[in-house]
Design a protein around this ligand. Structure first.
Ligand code: PLP
Length: 341
């Protein structure tokens, strides 16, 4: 009765191999919920692709990729902080590469953990983490194993920003340049221009780039006819019309119906929000479940493992046991089963 992710293995992998051909030095990112696939599965897939370095988000994810059979190098993307005991415990690990983003952290590592493999993060237009290369004390780098400069660009990062930042880093110390979020052609231009080894970290484009290679489906668990005004669910609100209540697998435990906050830049996006607000005001919220070729409303907010969906009219359009498509946000979903076809 689960929420299921089905992967078309051959197609999924073909997309990854095509991207690897376009992006020499690609480093796969496996973090968070593993982009819907899970960290162990992604680690196993990265190994199948013949890659030797993987990137995780935080130190606490290192064990999960190892549980997936990973025995190569692991870059931890979130910069090390002295108060993170797990990250500090990994400092002696010869296959863990630590990101450092503040001069004082670099100094602390040089003093107390000489020989640690480090990437030094340069501040970009993101203004998330990072330092100016001029703030780096070269003596600190001498005490550590310098693995390169890392540059985390905004979405659709610009080649000229990458070039400027890389050049600033290389003026202080030569070493590999690690970037993210460049187009494949901009990345190759950077790779060709620089005399050093380059890497690009890719998560979304690698694992989720071919949307046709995976799909999420949910199972219809129950179907009940309902009359207009008849109370239903935990909240006992009356049904809006005559129709059917479908109980379908997938709820808050799976991250179903969690919407990402979208920057409301365009009129169209604002229009969508207004339309959704009107739906909400009438007590109907569009669900991610598709029944009879159309997204249907929630009858009430999702429960832990299932959702109550309303189908108006004389036909429920689905039977108990049917699988229906469900649109999930892959970076928040947690499916019960993964099927590989
Ligand atoms: C998550 C992350 C990436 C990968 O981002 P995607 O958009 O999923 O490809 C690259 N670099 C850093 C530093 C990250 O945190």
């Amino acid at each position: 009765m689960p929420l299921t992710l089905t992967i078309d293995d051959a197609r999924w992998e073909k997309h990854q191999r095509d991207l690897l051909d376009q992006v020499p030095g690609l480093v796969p990112v496996a973090k968070g919920n593993g982009y819907g696939f899970g960290l162990e599965l992604l680690a196993d897939q990265a190994r199948r692709l013949g890659l030797t370095t993987i990137a995780v988000g935080i130190a606490q994810e290192v064990d999960a990729v190892r549980a997936g059979g990973w025995d190569g190098d692991i870059v931890v993307l979130n910069p090390w902080r002295p108060f993170d005991a797990v990250a500090t415990g990994q400092l002696g690990d010869p296959s863990v590469i630590v990101t450092v983003s503040r001069p004082e952290d670099l100094a602390a590592l040089a003093r107390d953990h000489a020989g640690t493999r480090v990437l030094v993060e340069i501040e970009t237009a993101m203004h998330r983490h990072g330092l100016q290369p001029s703030q780096v004390n070269p003596a600190d780098l001498d005490a550590l194993r310098f693995e390169g400069w890392t540059i985390h660009l905004p979405a659709n990062g610009s080649l000229s920003d990458a070039r400027t930042l890389a050049t600033a880093g290389l003026a202080v110390r030569t070493g590999p340049i690690w970037v993210s979020h460049l187009s494949a052609s901009d990345y190759r231009a950077l790779h060709d221009e620089l005399d050093v080894e380059t890497h690009m970290r890719v998560g979304t484009r690698l694992w989720l780039g071919d949307k046709g290679s995976y799909r999420t489906t949910a199972t219809v668990l129950d179907v009940h006819p309902i009359k207009k005004g008849q109370p239903l669910g935990y909240h006992q609100h009356g049904a809006a019309k005559d129709g059917f209540i479908l109980i379908i697998s997938g709820g808050t435990a799976h991250g179903v119906a969690l919407a990402a906050p979208v920057p409301q830049r365009t009129l169209r996006q604002r229009g969508v929000t207004v339309a959704q607000g009107i739906l909400d005001a009438t007590g109907r919220t569009l669900s991610p479940y598709e029944v009879g070729g159309k997204k249907r409303s929630f009858a009430e907010p999702p429960h832990m493992h299932s959702s109550m969906i309303f189908v108006p009219g004389p036909d429920p359009l689905a039977r108990v046991g049917d699988e229906v498509p469900v649109t999930t946000r892959m970076t928040t979903v947690l499916t019960d089963e993964i099927h590989r076809a």
